[in-house]
Design a protein around this ligand. Structure first.
Ligand code: NAD
Length: 347
């Protein structure tokens, strides 16, 4: 069960709460071009009181998580004359909850928003924790604010229309949670089939894990940074792909990032044993598609890492000391980073 003070509500038992939360205030719904087709009809079927709520739609995809789309959302909210006690309902994956959360929290100095994640990535990670952001040029999540949603409603039935690729992508963040938790959690995690939707209880447990880490350090000063495992590398790989008009699902970049950062941890001697490192890498190689990296792009990827907003003096990583034992604020020499990326590329 979720914590008593949790703002996360799960499954059909939370329908009454959802009605309460959305009956009193003026609501506008934000979708992308896929969720308006696949998810909005499902939502309206159960909650007909939202039939007349205005619907804002942005084009799907990471390339649209930008300030141009935020601007369009502001214009629509102005046209609708939304006021400070109105609520923006974000119905979508991480792109919609990140962008919608940012637009809501900055419109008229902040209106409330509710997240209804419709991807596995959103349910176990992106919709939770109040980090809102959009990309600026090539740089990921550069403009953003910390602003908790009023509530997050997780309805796993939305996963029925999600592609296998996007399901698999969501499993990557769950893998990260298992690696951060314990050897036992990691053992149990490996028994699941990453091409299938997880059992509801596992989705809920992962949402709870994310929430508990966030609650211990909302402004990301220390403990929350453990969630960056794999992400210094993942964000650089995604930026590199965006630069070439290629998009890879966030979770595939995270899986590649965890592989490379396991290698890095072992090489710089955080304590991660070669046995643990190889076990993680073996799992990732068999469960997730490989992100293509050309040897001549490694320097460019490292230079993108230098612009990561998590950096202190140098490129900064959250790594493992062992499975279940995360470390934060590690600044390895760049030669080790290069060697770890090259190891992935040749694996
Ligand atoms: N704020 C955070 O803490 C946090 C954490 C993790 C990830 N993120 C962000 O989340 C984003 C990735 O999220 P994502 O993987 O959900 O991507 P996404 O929002 O782009 O969704 C993936 C695709 O699935 C489609 N889709 C969504 N729900 C669907 C459904 N039920 N049926 C059919 N299609 C559906 C979308 O239209 C899109 O094409 C990245 O921008 C990442 O930076 C944020």
């Amino acid at each position: 069960m979720l914590e008593p003070h949790s703002n996360i509500h799960f499954g059909a038992e939370s329908f009454a709460k959802f009605r309460d939360a959305t009956m009193q205030n003026e609501i506008a719904i934000l979708c992308d071009s896929h969720t308006v087709e696949h998810c909005l009809p499902v939502l309206l079927k159960d909650f007909s009181h939202l039939n007349n709520a205005p619907v804002l739609v942005i084009p799907e995809g990471e390339a649209n998580k930008n300030l141009d789309q935020v601007s369009k959302v502001y214009e629509e909210l102005l046209r609708l004359n939304l006021v400070r006690n109105s609520v923006l309902l974000n119905l979508g994956g991480g792109v919609i909850t990140d962008l919608g959360g940012f637009a809501a929290s900055t419109f008229k100095r902040g209106i409330q928003y509710i997240n209804i994640p419709t991807t596995l990535m959103g349910m176990v990670d992106a919709a939770i924790g109040g980090k809102t952001a959009v990309n600026v040029n090539l740089f990921r999540n550069i403009a953003g604010v910390f602003a908790q949603p009023l509530s997050v409603f997780i309805f796993p039935k939305f996963l029925e229309t999600l592609s296998k690729v996007e399901i698999q992508s969501g499993w990557a963040e769950m893998m990260k949670h298992a690696l951060l938790t314990s050897g036992q959690a990691w053992e149990a995690f490996q028994q699941y089939d990453t091409l299938q939707s997880p059992p509801d209880a596992l989705i809920e447990a992962n949402a709870r894990f994310k929430e508990s880490v966030v609650n211990s350090d909302f402004h990301d000063q220390n403990r929350r940074q453990i969630l960056n495992l794999g992400h210094t590398t993942a964000h650089a790989l995604e930026s590199w792909n965006l630069q070439q008009n290629l998009e890879i699902p966030h979770g595939f970049a995270v899986a590649a990032g965890i592989f490379i950062e396991a290698e890095l941890a072992m090489r710089i001697g955080t304590g991660l044993s070669s046995g643990e490192c190889r076990e993680i890498q073996q799992y990732i190689s068999t469960q997730f598609p490989k992100v293509i990296i050309e040897e001549n792009s490694v320097d460019k990827i490292i230079s993108l890492m230098r612009n990561d907003k998590k950096n202190k003096q140098q490129i900064t990583f959250s790594l493992l000391e062992s499975i279940g034992m995360p470390l934060i604020g590690i600044e390895p020499d760049e030669a080790y980073i290069r060697a770890a990326i090259l190891h992935y590329l040749h694996a």
